[in-house]
Design a protein around this ligand. Structure first.
Ligand code: ZN
Ligand code: ZN
Ligand code: FE
Length: 757
């Protein structure tokens, strides 16, 4: 007889891990106990050496998702003669606790839901310890039914016996429910009158008839319509007041996904993962989805059903459904029945309600597979909060408030970091309120008492104001430059602390010189950075307005960088109405509301505008999406550019690139070729600058961060180029490359600056 004492860390709380350990111990004939503590699960087991080895192996290899084991600490100890194996009462310290995310319906629960002889047949709230709602219903930690929005549903006899059975799948499954005791759904017209028949089937039938439905989902309301019905999609766009941005589509199963899009094995994995994100896929021509779903794009955001309700609805409908957040414009998603009725009744023809409250609301998560890596674009429902183990130990709690448009916050306690959910554009007042509410919830759940609060360098970001107003007067406020935060976010997720070359290509970020940065190559560690190279400044004519009107960006480039060859662009400039041209020229000359920018995103805008792809950007980054969609990846042409010496560093001048692009267009070269050559050129100058930086600083490691790395073609080209040149290249896998990731970088920079390393 031998004994083992184990400590397991990772995502092991609220995910059915203890019953899994219990069953494993019984299977291997071991005695002992398992219990949860705030930060880990502790196990003592004893038995024969062989049984212990088998137990340990299965523990590592067989834990069902969403369990994620990051670390097992194991220690031999003498056997103390336990008679059996037991799950014992947890032990929770105040302070750090993990917050389990919501998880897609598991296969076993789906089977029950579809089995006519099962007591949960067609029950839309079927869950077990391994699947179902968690974070959206938790009010307090540790996660216990009495502290969730399930508290008001008294368990029936049958559910209680499942809840108490450590050999079953529902032992301590906090959201356990059945038709006899749990929440229920109903379908009603906007005037409150009930719709006859089975609510889910009736809803599917109405959708098939071209109606728009508001559905109460896991993290808030969603608006749905038939994705093949152009008229319904158009009506949804008008109602939701969202014009260019693509809608996501939910399909019943993988066969449907394959019918609509080309999917690689890595993309199938992403679709099937228990986070159930929207996966951006290459659209198959003639798949039948209406053009209005994702106008101008060759990709489609697909997802598989996440909840039993989704499964039942999609099976009833048997086709692709547009599934988009139940909000209008940029407002947050509605989460209450009454709120949804009030806000959505002009858009939705019918409401599918249920009576389980949503405590924390979330939109959908989005990933894009690049090579074999699923790169997060937006982390919300199913994959936030994101827990992360950092190679540091903070003496004080740290709060980092993130950016502006794709805002998240990050909280650090000791060596643990948690990145909160994607919330949205803080310039929308209601979104800001939601951000504050979410921040408050996390701070309460994690008992955060920040001694350090990190924020962006931009003086007017709503998050910057929030950092100053946060009720911790004695906390140290630390300013972090936007692109430094980007680069360090990528370093932190890879556990890298030594200096790297950081390529930060994105939309906008406030620079130390007051200019708008965004095409930056930094030499950075956690504490500081040097701007080794950047894109040459071009005027952002009219400030933010230039983002919505990409031709303004092209004009700014022509007048500044391409002034010597302006005559070549006469035809282009001639297309801009004379009145606006005069106004722009005045802005250019007086520099009123026209900051200089080195943004790589804006360079993509200018290129797309010159090619005539986007006259108006309905959302930031749309021109780049269209430029990537247009590009023929087989083309390997590179256009000219200049790299200029600038004191200690380099300036990348893309004037020759834009001129070549424009001349090629006029010479009749096809747009797919030009669009690809433009991508290749950006990759080429990136590689050359990195080589120069390597020679000067002796650094071989490059991290890629910033919103431009949502562009798969650009990412692949840069990655391939740098790898060919012998660089070790690190990209994002845990937090998004866009501004959704910078809160993590801010927290780590603030730690390095205040506590030193
Ligand atoms: Zn389940
Ligand atoms: Zn029940
Ligand atoms: Fe950014």
């Amino acid at each position: 007889m031998q004994g083992l004492s184990l400590r397991v860390r990772g995502i092991v709380q609220g995910v059915g891990f203890r019953p899994f350990v219990f069953q494993l111990a019984e299977r291997h004939g071991l005695a002992g106990w398992v219990r949860s503590t705030s930060s880990q699960v502790e196990i003592e087991v004893e038995g024969s050496g062989e049984a212990l080895a088998g137990f340990l192996r299965d523990l590592r290899e067989c834990a069902p998702p969403p369990t994620r084991i990051d670390e097992i600490e194991s220690e031999d100890r003498p056997a103390s003669g336990y008679g059996s194996f037991e799950i014992v009462e947890g032990h929770f310290d105040p302070g750090w606790q993990s917050i389990p995310p919501d998880t897609a319906t598991c296969d076993a629960c789906l089977e029950e839901t579809l089995d006519p002889s099962d007591r949960r047949h067609r029950y839309p709230f079927t869950t077990c310890a391994h699947c179902g709602p968690r974070f959206t219903i938790v009010q307090e930690l540790p996660c216990d039914r009495s502290r969730t929005t399930m508290a008001c549903f008294e368990m029936c006899e049958d559910c209680r016996s499942e809840y108490e059975d450590p050999r079953g799948r529902r032992f301590h499954a906090q959201a356990i429910a059945c038709p006899a005791c749990g929440p229920r759904v109903w379908l009603q017209w906007p005037n409150g009158e009930p719709v006859e028949g089975d609510p889910i089937d009736a809803c599917a039938a109405l959708l098939a008839g071209g109606r728009i439905a508001a559905l109460k989902g896991l993290g808030g309301f969603q608006l749905a319509c038939d994705a093949t019905d152009a008229e319904a999609v158009e009506r949804l766009r008008t109602g939701k007041q969202v014009y260019g941005e693509p809608f996501a589509v939910m399909v019943p199963d993988l066969d449907w996904a394959r019918r609509l899009c080309e999917v690689t094995p890595a993309e199938i994995e992403a679709l099937k993962s228990h986070e159930r994100p929207i996966v951006l896929l290459r659209r198959r021509p003639g798949g039948g989805v209406a053009e209005q779903v994702a106008p101008g794009s060759n990709t489609l955001g697909l997802m598989l059903p996440q909840t039993p309700l989704d499964h039942l609805l999609l099976r009833g409908f048997d086709g692709p459904l547009v599934m988009t957040g139940g909000n209008l414009g940029e407002a947050p998603i509605a989460d209450g029945n009454r709120e949804a009725s009030e806000r959505l009744s002009a858009t939705a023809d019918v409401f599918l309600f249920h009576n389980r409250d949503i405590y924390a609301r979330y939109g959908a998560s989005v990933v894009r597979v690049m090579g074999d890596t699923a790169v997060p674009i937006r982390k919300a429902r199913g994959c936030a909060p994101t827990p992360l183990q950092l190679p540091l130990s903070a003496a004080q709690d740290i709060l980092a408030v993130g950016g502006r448009k794709k805002s998240t916050f990050c909280m650090v306690k000791g060596s643990q970091a948690v990145v909160g959910p994607h919330i949205g554009n803080l310039e929308n007042l209601e979104t800001l309120e939601q951000y504050e509410a979410s921040l408050k919830l996390f701070a309460r759940l994690l008992e955060l008492e920040p001694g350090i609060i990190a924020h962006d360098m931009h003086p007017d970001y709503p998050s910057t104001h929030l950092a100053h107003e946060y009720p911790a007067p004695s906390a140290l406020r630390v300013v972090v430059q936007h692109h430094h935060a980007h680069v360090v976010s990528a370093m932190a997720e890879h556990g890298v602390r030594d200096p790297v070359i950081g390529v930060a290509y994105d939309g906008t970020g406030y620079g130390t010189d007051g200019a708008i940065w965004g095409g930056e190559i930094l030499v950075a560690d956690w504490k500081s950075f040097q701007r080794a190279a950047h894109l040459r400044y071009a005027p952002l004519l009219g400030g933010e307005a230039a983002i919505q009107k990409p031709y303004r960006m092209a004009t700014g480039y022509i007048w500044s960088l391409c002034a010597a060859c302006e005559v070549d662009f006469e035809e282009y400039l001639g297309r801009i109405p004379i009145g606006e041209r005069i106004l722009l020229r005045r802005q250019f000359e007086t520099e009123v509301n026209t900051p200089p920018t080195s943004s790589c995103g804006r360079l993509f805008d200018a290129a797309a505008a010159l090619l005539g792809l986007s006259t108006e950007a309905l959302y930031e980054g749309q021109p780049a999406v269209e430029l990537e969609a247009a590009a023929d990846p087989a083309v390997d042409v590179v256009y000219p550019y200049d790299i200029l010496r600038d004191g200690e560093g380099w300036i990348i001048d893309p004037a020759a690139t834009l001129r070549a692009l424009w001349c090629e267009l006029r010479a009749g070269r096809p747009i797919p070729t030009i669009a690809a050559a433009f991508h290749n050129t950006v990759a080429d100058f990136t590689r050359n600058v990195c080589v120069a930086v390597r020679e000067k600083y002796g650094l071989k490691k490059v991290v890629l961060s910033g919103g431009c790395f949502q562009n798969a073609l650009l990412t692949r080209r840069i990655l391939d180029g740098l790898s060919d040149d012998g660089f070790e290249v690190l990209t994002h896998r845990v937090v998004p490359p866009n501004d959704g990731g910078i809160s993590l970088g801010q927290a780590v920079v603030a730690y390095a600056l205040t506590e030193g390393i």
